[in-house]
Design a protein around this ligand. Sequence first.
Ligand code: DOR
Length: 400
Amino acid sequence: MIGLLIRGGRLVDPAASLDSILDLRLCDGIVVAIGERLEPAAGDEIIDAREAFVSPGFVDMHVHLREPGFPEKETIATGTSAAVRGGFTTVACMPNTKPALDDPAVIGDLMREVKRRARCRVYPIGAITLGRRGAQPCDFAALAAAGVVAFSDDGDTVEDPRVLRDAALLARNLRAPFIEHCEPEEAIALRDLQIAKETAKSWHLAHVSTAATLEILRSARRRGVGATCEATPHHLTFTSALIAQAGAAAKVNPPLRDEHDVQALRRAVYDGTIDVLASDHAPHTAQEKEGDLERAAPGFSGLEVAVGAYAAALPDLSPSRFVELISTNPARILGVRGGTLAIGEPADVTIFADRAWTVDPAEFASKGRCTPFAGARLPRKVLTTIVGGIVQFRAADCAA
Ligand code: DOR
């Protein structure tokens, strides 16, 4: 296989304690060398990464790819094309599909489709309850054996605490965490963290959006609960005031909150309370996002704006902490490979730069063209995305 030599970039890999100008050589799908002024081997393609950051591929642990069941909203092909345009080499896909991802046979079919069509790595998130109906726990061991890396009824909360507690006990010895969609947010976060403590199940709170939830999480951690959490680009950026201007384009679950919450979320990224940045990429058709606010579908595309939006919302975040939140930590929480560029690791690399661009949803690879970031000027962009040593995306204006 032809090698790739990425030269002169600022290599940021917090898992390996690296942050300096270094060359990186990839071959046969893995990282083979890191060093100053590496010499290319015969036939190597050279990528000039001067003035850019080179990091382990980004991992988005909260993505809706909509297959099986909703190809009009998104497919494996379009969703993973959006992922690589956004710098993501790995995504984990949510189970609110049709059928739900609650059965090893459904996971098997999905993974065959992934093998045929995906442009990046895809790991499925299995449902917690059969049909996501909140009544009967899935067969967690069978789902884990089929490749599931986490469990969630995302889109819905598991309402009955007895069902959730029983499920957590059944799944407690599996590495894959429970990822809870908390609504009503604070009450469910409080309840869940209690169940996490009682059952010792690994737990992750999806799209935390309020100052009060952060306080609940901090207090649970002080009592020894090891739960992790994520924040989205939209909750780090917008308040509910946007709904008056943007209508259904600003409709999402959990909803946009107050300025106080946005500021608290940003502080929580800086102070380490938040472990992961995740897009909650939730594409819908244009018709589903039009018209009456009440009837419009919640959610919007996120993969192609996420990196720029994080940089706009978090201007003081160091590159190394950013990579931790978008690569190292989600890979660790899901227990998947990647998240570091150590020698022998998969050749999943994202090259990005602090270069401003304007969001034009007409250019999206995602079928979901609705985003509250339409027209926004964002300060950071992805130049090149490499998955398993293969360049899957290269920006048009990329020197590399
Ligand atoms: O806004 C949302 N849309 N929130 C969710 O949790 C689910 C998602 C979807 O699937 O559309």
